[in-house]
Ligand binder design. Structure first.
Ligand SMILES: [Zn+2]
Length: 69
């Protein structure tokens, strides 16, 4: 299951190269995305920070971090 999720993630990433990039905490389980890589909301992240497209984040149901606009 974890492998499938990872493959799905890379599949989406490959399709979104030209989109606006955002940052999320970890490959799965994040509920917020961030425009700023050094955002205070990401400082609390204990997983790796992952760069994805804005469209991908929204398609995955993520919402903008409360610390940002
Ligand atoms: Zn943020």
């Amino acid at each position: 299951m974890k492998l499938i999720a990872t493959l799905f993630f890379f599949y989406l990433s490959a399709n979104s190269i030209t989109d606006t990039k955002v940052y999320v905490c970890g490959k799965t389980g994040a509920k917020k995305y961030h425009y700023n890589e050094s955002c205070r909301g990401l400082n609390a992240c204990s997983d790796q920070t992952v760069k994805i497209s804005l469209k991908q984040a929204q398609n995955n149901g993520l919402t903008l971090c409360g610390w940002e606009d």
